[in-house]
Ligand binder design. Structure first.
Ligand SMILES: [Mn+2]
Length: 432
């Protein structure tokens, strides 16, 4: 597989020189300020550098609304080209070493060859995603009225087989998890039996779980609604928690930040699932109204910080399963998708580092004293700290870009790809 244009290490180094003196000055100033708070900046740089979040293969192409798609030039046309784009994000960011593939969109002709190609780019594979929420060309039976929960056993069997195929592909790619999200539900009251559809869901999942390799995990992704739906089968975290518990020790809940009703206290959902040992991972994105799949941290950065505060504080207490899979799940409609992914990865890493700044002892004391103002002040002090110099230094230490977006723009990557990858008519890359 060809990579086409790549940003050269010497170009990256040259670009970093443009930003170096200002970055150093700001790093030193923050280091001093943190020292007076008793915090070591070097330790934070190390922890920021150890942070990782997976890229979704489907987000390197332009997404669309229900009505239209306006593709940028140079969109990847094959799974190999998607990997090259992901490798470019990782080259500049240094915190996105894995790609989460979607089957059948990314179904490789030769999985071993694709794995080797990914490795040559410095990438591995994260959780594999199955797709039974749309019909594929040549498919025998339709998912119009559901997949894993369909009333017809033959349709359920087909959806189960697809998930088993995903596991087989994932084994060859080096994945260690399967994420299952279904679009199953009903458009009108009375259309489905709530009880029987959930029973069928569990029955289907049980077959899939029985085929999971021992070192694999399965993530259940819940979602309360879709446009035009009256009810979804796996509608909320409580139902997902019940199912994950019923299905055994390999099954966990996946929190997609966009999959909640407006004003849901998501950080509290995260805390509960973590406390119960059933939090498996995240799909990061942001939203204003519904499942908007906007760039992480673009609308509610404080919420993102509070989510990480729950994870960090639980880690300090050594509570729950902390082997969490972090993934981005977004749709980029008007931006260059690679720029959105870089900025989003940085915002997620930022929220994590800000959460590390929370004075846990002082917070615990404020909680003991029922001092609400002091507790909020402690959180706000961490949230307000501009940790950009820490993120820059972590990237620099790992050979990444001090300013990923400006470096990417200066490289002319998109223009090179537009020449290399003339658009094919009828391509639907990126629509999810
Ligand atoms: Mn998702």
């Amino acid at each position: 597989m060809e990579t086409g244009f790549r940003i050269s290490p010497s170009f990256l180094e040259e670009q970093n020189k443009r930003f170096e003196s200002e970055a150093n000055r700001e790093y030193d100033a923050l280091g001093e300020a943190l020292e007076t708070r008793g915090i070591s900046i070097e330790l934070l740089v190390r922890r920021a550098g150890a942070f990782e979040v997976a890229l979704p293969s489907w987000a390197v192409g332009t997404g669309g609304t229900r009505f239209a798609r306006f593709p940028a030039g140079g969109e990847p046309r094959t799974v190999g080209e998607k990997l090259v784009d992901c490798a470019t994000v990782h080259q500049l960011m240094r915190i996105t070493p894995r790609v989460s593939p979607h089957i059948p969109w990314d179904k490789p002709a030769e999985p071993q060859a694709l794995k080797a190609f990914a490795e040559s780019l410095g990438l591995g594979f994260d959780a594999i995603n199955s797709n039974t929420f749309q019909d594929q060309p040549g498919q025998n039976l339709s998912y119009k009225f559901g997949s894993l929960t369909h009333t017809d056993k033959a349709v359920r069997r087909q959806a189960i087989e697809h998930n088993l195929e995903c596991i087989e592909i994932g084994k060859k790619l080096g994945s260690k998890a399967l994420t299952v999200w279904i679009g199953d539900g009903s458009n009108l009251p009375g259309q489905i039996s709530f009880r029987q559809s959930l029973d069928r869901y569990l029955e289907s999942l049980r077959v899939i779980v029985n085929h999971l390799p021992n070192d694999w995990r399965l993530f259940l992704e819940y979602k309360p609604y879709e446009p035009a739906l009256y009810a979804t089968v796996l509608n909320d975290w409580g139902t997902a928690y019940y199912c994950a518990t019923d299905l055994g020790s390999k099954v966990f809940c996946l929190v997609d930040l966009g999959h909640h009703l407006p004003n849901t206290n998501i950080e509290m959902v995260v805390s509960r699932l973590l406390q119960f040992g059933k939090l498996g991972g995240f799909h990061f994105n942001d939203s204003k109204y519904g499942d908007d799949d906007l760039d992480a941290g673009s609308i509610k950065p404080f919420q993102l910080f509070l989510v990480f505060h729950e994870l960090v504080s639980a880690g300090e207490e050594r509570r729950g399963n902390q082997n969490l899979s972090y993934m981005i799940d977004q749709s980029h409609n008007v931006t260059d998708p690679l720029e959105s992914l870089m900025l989003s990865a940085e915002e997620i890493q930022r929220a994590y580092v800000q959460a590390l700044l929370v004075d846990q002892k002082a917070l615990a004391a404020a909680q003991e004293e029922n001092d609400a103002i002091m507790a909020l002040r402690i959180l706000k002090e961490a949230f307000r700290t501009d940790v950009t110099p820490i993120l820059r230094r972590a990237r620099q230490n790992a050979g990444g870009a001090l300013d990923p977006i400006l470096t990417y723009r200066a490289s002319g990557y998109r223009a090179h790809k537009a020449k290399e990858r003339p658009a094919r008519s009828g391509t639907s890359a990126g629509i999810v």
